[in-house]
Structures are given as C-alpha cells and as structure tokens.
Design a protein around this ligand. Sequence first.
Ligand code: HEM
Ligand SMILES: *[C@@H]1O[C@H](CO)[C@@H](O)[C@H](O)[C@H]1NC(C)=O
Length: 489
Amino acid sequence: MFASIFLIWLCLVFLVLLLKSQRPKNFPPGPPILPILGNILHLSLENPLKDFERLRNTYGNVYSLFLGTRPAVIINGMKAMKEAMVTKGTDFAGRPQDLFVNDATQRKGLILADYGSSWRDHRRFALATLRNFGLGKHSMEERIRTEIQYTVDTLEKSIGNTLNPQVMFHNAASNIICQVLFGTRYEYDDEFIKVIVQCFTENTKITNGPWTVLYDSFPIIHDLPLPFTKVLKNVETCRNLVIGLIKEHKKTRVHGEPRDFVDCYLDELNKRGDDGSSFSEERLIMYALDLHFAGTDTTSNTLLTGFLYLMTYPHIQERCQQEIDEVLEGKDQASFDDRHNMPYMQAVIHEVQRIANTVPLSVPHCTTKDTELMGYSIPRGTLIIPNLTSVLNEEGQWKFPNEFNPENFLNDQGEFVKPETFMPFSAGPRMCLGEGLARMELFLIMVTLLRKFKFIWPEDAGEPDYTPVYGVTLNPKPYRMKIQLRATQ
Ligand code: HEM
Ligand SMILES: *[C@@H]1O[C@H](CO)[C@@H](O)[C@H](O)[C@H]1NC(C)=O
C-alpha cells in the first residue's frame, strides 16, 4: 500500500517536472529537454564545440538549449544577429544576473551590468573619458607608443634567437590599459601586475571549465566548497590591490586636473555629490578591474594570432612591410592617422581580427522584454548567446570565409573595405566600448614591429597549428618566433 502511494507520487512529480520542462510556445527549437537536467547531457562540458555544430545543423540559425532549467537561445548568422543586436538592440541589451560570473564580479562591474540607467551612465562616462584623454587627440597615442618601446626593447634582446611572445604581448596590453586607468606602467616582474595576471589567468581557466556550467545549471551547488570558491578569493585579492591604488590617487590628485581614468572618476564623484546616482568609490573598484580585464586578453590574444599568421604567410608579411616603408619613409614613427594611406595593412589587421575570432560567443546577453526573433517568440529574461564566429566565417558573406586572406577586406581597386559582417566587437548598444582603443593599439603595435623586425617561423618548429585553445577568449597554442632586424632600416 505505502509503496504504491509512493510510486504514484513519484510518477506525479515526474509528470509535473516533465510538463514544466517543455519549451514555451513558439520558442526556438532545440533538442528534447530532460526534467531538471535540461540539455546538459547533450553537451561535452570540456569542449562543446562539436555539439554546437551538430545542433545548429539540426535546428537552424536560432535554436535553444536548456542549461538545467534555464532556457538559452543561441543566435547564428548575420541575418538573425543583425535583427537581435541592432534592429531590436534594446530588447536584447540586457545581461543575465544570476550566472557564476555575476557572483564572481559582485554585480558591480560594467561588462555584466544589466540594461538600465546605472549601466548607461557608466558606459557613457567610460566612452567620454577614453575620448577626452586621447582617442582622437594625441595623448592616447603617446601612452601606447611609450609602451611599444618596451616591446621593441624585449624583441631587440632576442635578435637572432627565438622568443615566445605570450608574456610580452600580455604585458603590453595590460600596461596600456594601466596607463589609461592608473597613469602607471609596471615592469614585467612587478608584484602588482604579477598578482593580477595570476588571478585572472586562474579565474579564466576555472570559468572556462565544466564547474561553471554546472554552477549555472544547478543553483543548489552554489555554496559547496568546489573550485569556484577560488575565483571569489582571487577577485578579493585584486580588489584589495585596486583599493590601494585608489587611496594613493586620493592623496596625490589635484582637483580638476585628472591624470588618468581613476582621477576622472573621482572628479565625477565630487561633481555629482549626493545626487543619488550609481557612481561610488565602491563601484570604481570593480569598474577599473572590468576595464583591465576586458582590454588585456582580448588585445594580446589578437596580437598572438596576428603574428602567428604573419610568420607563416611570409609573402603577406613582406607586402605589409613594403607598404609601411613607403608610407613612413622619412618619418621616425607611425601615427594612427597613417592608416588612411595603408589599405593593405588595414586589410591585414581586420583579417587577423576576423580569423582570430577572439571572443567567439561574445558576452552573454539577456532579453529586456518579451520579444521576437526571426518569427520566434522569446520571453523577457531569456539568456541569449550571440555566436560571433558564425558571422565572421559565414559562407556567402566573405570572398574567402575559411582562409586567412586580406582580400576579404580589399576591393578590385585595392582599396580597403569593411563588410557589415565584420563583428569581432559585436554590434548594437552593448558593442565593445574599447573598440577605438583596441584598434589604435593593434595598428600602432603591428606597424611599429613590422617596420623594425622580420618575424620568422623557426625551422625546427614543425607545421604551424592554427587550432585555437577553446575558452571565453580564444588564443593560439604557444609558439615561438625567430626575430631578425630588418635590413632596410
Ligand atoms: C581586440 C580587442 C577586443 C575585442 C575583440 C573585444 C570584443 C568585445 C566583445 C565581443 C564584447 C561584447 C559585446 C556584447 O556584449 O555585445 C566586448 C565588450 C566590452 N569590451 Fe571589448 N574587446 C576588445 C578590447 C577591449 C578593450 C581594449 C577594452 C577597454 C577599454 C574593452 C572594453 C569592453 C567593455 C567595457 C565591454 C562591455 C560593454 C558593455 O557591456 O556595455 N574591450 N568587447
Ligand atoms: C558558432 O558558429 C560556428 C561556425 O558557424 C560553429 O562551428 C559553432 O558550432 C557555433 N557555436 C554555437 C554555440 O552555436
């Protein structure tokens, strides 16, 4: 008797769960959903790329997956991407607020802030501040140039030898953003930068791993002592370092004469007083860490991919150098404005960004209201995963979608053209706010280094492997480059 009641009860629970785990009406299609587990068994937690490929082939450009009981919609291809990110930009401009990464950044940063006035004010402030100190004026270029000199010095020490450029590019990107944020650069062995890099590297690794998918799928495990507790500890360590820097700034700053981003923010705080805005010193800590995080791996991984291809396509490297020599003849350094006279170099840099595919799934979005996409209905609060890869190598949109070829950005007259499908920075209201800075960095660094050095794939390095290491940001497998001083200097 008791057993049969228990069995009936079990069946009922199962039935309720099964009904609860159906897709909402007119929701994008996807694989059948299991109660509680959702589609988690459809994915390899270590590297789900193959599974995604299969799902897209089966269900189309807009499909859905359930991570546990959480529905997610994956967007592929230019047509759907443009409708979501641009045409219906504000409908899709939210960020999910209950993921592991939200807990890790304590909901105070900018990248993961939900759509609303606090995000908008901070985004506007960052764009204006970056512009005022330079993007457009000279001082930003000066900051970048100062740092490039250290990269050049590092390379000069390796002339005739080989070098793994990973640490060098990482430090360059990190120092440029530190110059902007804190007005200082750090020696490569400085404690401050070593600790920050160590924390970020560890956190990226854990965040990329299977534990995060489990965390996001199953809220019950949040308080268990699993590897993600390490992430929270690392964030605390970085926070304390930045708190120290802000204290320093408050002691030495001159009101109205900001030296860097932190000073600008402190001025803004004074200006706003107690106007009830979302600006606060507490907020500045995570905001600064966010900008550093967003600006470092992205830029340095793009450079790593760039030099891998330039070395292994020597005729492309030589053609860049030819153009650089012609345009910069008689000048001691490159300026960002020179790009207008360098269509080939521009094409190469864009092609590097296209093929590097540095942020393959962008940053997760979230719908801000009930909306529609390609005829499907998507309720408010649905997790949205924009597949930027699917646009950057879309068949029919590029002359050579699957090969490294600068012709993708050149017309018949050899002029530089930028197709709409070039979206490594995403598009719409949430588009990367560091685009201007990143493009200036990529141009000045690549042009300066190519002008001075020849980069050679070492004879004993075997065949180059272009397959990227899977993660939130992609980077090439470690490689070494052989450095020669160019004869034409
Ligand atoms: C090659 C370098 C870079 C690439 C490929 C890149 C790419 C991206 C992508 C794909 C997004 C997500 C956009 C979306 O959610 O739709 C993003 C957001 C963001 N990026 Fe970048 N980024 C780069 C460099 C930088 C730099 C140098 C900074 C520093 C100032 C930066 C700051 C940010 C910020 C703050 C966001 C969040 C914007 C928001 O949520 O409103 N990025 N970036
Ligand atoms: C994104 O697009 C690429 C290329 O079309 C594909 O290989 C990959 O599986 C897609 N990822 C997802 C999550 O749909």
